[in-house]
Write a new protein. Structure first.
Length: 251
């Protein structure tokens, strides 16, 4: 350990650390995240296999416990008990910040209610990456996560979102993104829309246009990887987004 490392404050016993992990590019892990993962007592992971690969890449060896949608209730009680005993727990999801369309909200609420300490370790987040590079207004935005799967529920939700001011941000799977473009044609046909795919990865891609233009583009292009979907507000006259569909891709 060098001098600078030795001067860093130690992790605090009984703390739940919410550790953001890369959303694609491993270079986006922070030095602080690596230190927390090295110094914690246990890592709570959405997918222990996925997180195990990440830890091995950075030569970190820690006990791994699963924490996902179907065992949240049981694990939450266990983790609160561990925190009360003074353990230091690092919570990670497969990508990005825990609690943002990923497990985390429940354990954080329980830890806070139990009087335990919670600390966020900031890092990569697809929501922020997509919004800031979209070319759409950023001073006011609304994050809605994933839409419901059923058609009627999706239509109702989009109708609700259409009335909210600011830029809308959604997550969508590659299996439903073409369907979403068609739904946006009905709900918000004149809005400027940006589809960001494979953010931070080798084949990062940006599609910009109206819902109708993007529906046509999506029929011609691969739809692998999750999408961040950004919908401009009703009036985007001050926005510099192009008035024709564009495709942007990293080298």
């Amino acid at each position: 350990m060098d001098v600078a490392q030795s001067l860093l404050p130690p992790l605090i016993p009984g703390t739940l650390y919410l550790v953001a992990t890369p959303i694609g590019n491993l270079e986006d892990i922070t030095l602080r995240a690596l230190r927390v993962l090295r110094e914690c007592d246990v890592v709570a992971a959405e997918d222990t296999r996925h997180t195990g690969q990440l830890l091995r890449h950075f030569e970190i060896s820690k006990p791994l416990l699963s924490y996902f949608k179907f065992n949240e209730a049981k694990r939450t009680e266990e983790f609160v008990g561990r925190l009360r005993r003074g353990e230091k727990i690092a919570l990670v999801t497969d990508a990005g910040s825990p609690g943002i369309s990923d497990p985390g909200e429940r354990i954080v609420a329980a830890a806070v209610a139990a009087g335990c300490r919670v600390e966020a370790i900031p890092g990569a987040c697809a929501l922020v990456a997509g919004l800031t590079a979209s070319g759409l207004p950023t001073e006011e935005f609304h994050f809605a996560g994933f839409l419901p799967h059923k058609s009627g529920q999706r239509a109702n939700r989009l109708a609700e979102l259409a009335r909210i001011p600011g830029t809308l941000v959604l997550y969508e799977s590659p299996f439903r993104v073409e369907r979403l473009a068609e739904e946006l044609q009905l709900a918000m046909p004149d809005r400027r829309v940006v589809f960001a795919r494979e953010l931070t990865k080798k084949f990062e891609e940006w599609l910009r246009g109206t819902p109708a233009e993007l529906a046509t583009l999506l029929k011609q292009r691969p739809r692998k990887g999750e999408f961040v979907v950004l919908v401009g507000p009703a009036d985007t006259s001050h926005c510099t987004s192009p008035q024709a569909p564009t495709v942007g891709q990293t080298p």
